[in-house]
Design a protein around this ligand. Structure first.
Ligand SMILES: NC(=O)c1ccc[n+]([C@@H]2O[C@H](COP(=O)([O-])OP(=O)(O)OC[C@H]3O[C@@H](n4cnc5c(N)ncnc54)[C@H](O)[C@@H]3O)[C@@H](O)[C@H]2O)c1
Length: 371
């Protein structure tokens, strides 16, 4: 029998360190990837309706790995589920089942489920352990790693949450087979982000291999997930709570989150799509301020056009005034003393944070660039 190829990374956070496993069909023997798996009293699976429908067989396989009682909770899919309503409803339904602190939550789904369930796990009985089993490309390369949990507020994206690290992240790449192209492209936004902020060689590799990621070529896909998780886990290990270097991971997100908010977290635009536009604006802003050459904007646009990925506001029918955009940007978590902070680039792989002292610069930039 051929040996399964499994890659392992570690997020190093002292007593909260944990492994990330990456490979195909890991779900089949999922208990091998859960530390001290026999010590848990109950297993709680939380997922969303679409994942439950698409990955039904795989979820049954997960269940068959355990001999103890399994509780299952299924919430609606979509960004609107990251809300107080579903947080409360999940917490109350789980408590009704009389769980104890030795219960383990398995969180199976995309970034929405990961963010919500991570928060649920930090609140229940003041914290019970959880495992991330990400099933979207975006969750596999980004949201399942690093311990940021959140729900949204009417004032902005991810404004309510906690830092809560999982005890293991199990990335079973076969789960992506049922994901549609729009969602795959959305995940690609975060992969591209890592290359732009930290690794030019990776960017050059993506220029050649981006298409193969989207067609789920196994070796290429695994390499892109490994490289992305490795960049992220190193940054998180250095700065878990985002007092410094971790903020570089927000490249494109300051603009992007404002766009998600103005679209009411609707289907019009998803997270990755907002980040494609956000990174385009951040690159243009970097050039506008004289930090980088406009060749970078062209490299970015050409790459996305080759992949058939849309990255302009007008592509998504979003119109927003300069005034509204600036107002929304001020709800970003990085704002200090009313001053907005952006992650910008000097070159591919060279990112830095920059605080805008004078808002007029931003107004001028938007007047010329809100297309
Ligand atoms: N915590 C973090 O560090 C972090 C980082 C990046 C993004 N995020 C958050 O992640 C969220 C976006 O995540 P997402 O793009 O995964 O969204 P998502 O969880 O909404 O998943 C997208 C859609 O795909 C469906 N789906 C999931 N897995 C599937 C599968 N295998 N087959 C078929 N359908 C499947 C879901 O039901 C959903 O409808 C945003 O809320 C964003 O803020 C968090």
């Amino acid at each position: 029998m051929a040996m399964k190829k499994i890659n392992t990374l570690n997020v190093k956070l002292k007593d909260r360190s944990y492994p990330i496993f990456i490979g195909k069909n890991l779900i089949e023997n999922i208990n091998l990837y859960i530390p001290e798996v026999n010590n848990f009293s109950k297993i709680i699976i939380i997922t969303d309706k679409t994942v439950y429908k698409n990955l039904n067989k795989k979820i049954k396989t997960v269940e068959s790995n355990f001999s103890k009682k399994i509780l299952k909770f299924i919430v609606p899919q979509g960004e609107k589920t990251k809300s107080f309503f579903y947080l409360e409803s999940l917490v109350e339904k789980i408590l009704k089942k009389k769980i104890d602190r030795n219960s383990l939550i398995l969180c199976i789904g995309g970034g929405v489920i990961g963010d919500l369930v991570g928060l649920v796990s930090s609140l229940l009985l003041r914290g019970i352990k959880f495992v991330q089993i990400p099933t979207t490309l975006l969750a596999q390369v980004d949201s399942s790693v690093g311990g940021k949990t959140s729900i949204n507020s009417k004032f902005g994206k991810n404004l309510i949450g906690s830092f809560n690290q999982p005890i293991s992240v199990i990335i079973s790449t076969d789960t992506l087979q049922t994901l549609d192209m729009r969602q795959l492209k959305s995940g690609y936004a975060e992969i591209l982000k890592y290359s732009l902020i930290k690794n030019k060689v990776f960017f050059l590799w993506l220029q050649k291999n981006g298409e193969k990621i989207l067609s789920l070529n196994n070796n290429v896909l695994s390499h892109s997930i490994m490289t992305s998780c490795s960049i992220k886990s190193k940054i998180v290990s250095l700065d878990e709570k985002e007092y410094g270097i971790r903020e570089l991971l927000n490249f494109g997100h300051t603009f992007g989150h404002a766009l998600e908010l103005v679209s009411g977290y609707s289907k019009k635009i998803n997270h990755g799509e907002a980040i494609f536009i956000g990174m385009f604006l951040a690159l243009k802003f970097s050039c506008f301020l004289g930090f980088c050459d406009s060749k970078l904007v062209k490299l970015y646009s050409d790459h996305l056009e080759n992949l058939g990925i849309l990255y302009k506001l007008k592509d998504y029918n979003i119109s927003i005034t300069t005034k509204k955009f600036i107002e929304l940007l001020k709800y970003d978590k990085k704002v200090k003393a009313n001053k907005i902070k952006f992650i910008l680039l000097k070159d591919i792989g060279k990112s830095f944070s920059y605080t805008i002292e004078d808002e007029k610069i931003l107004s001028k930039f938007f007047k010329e660039n809100l297309e």
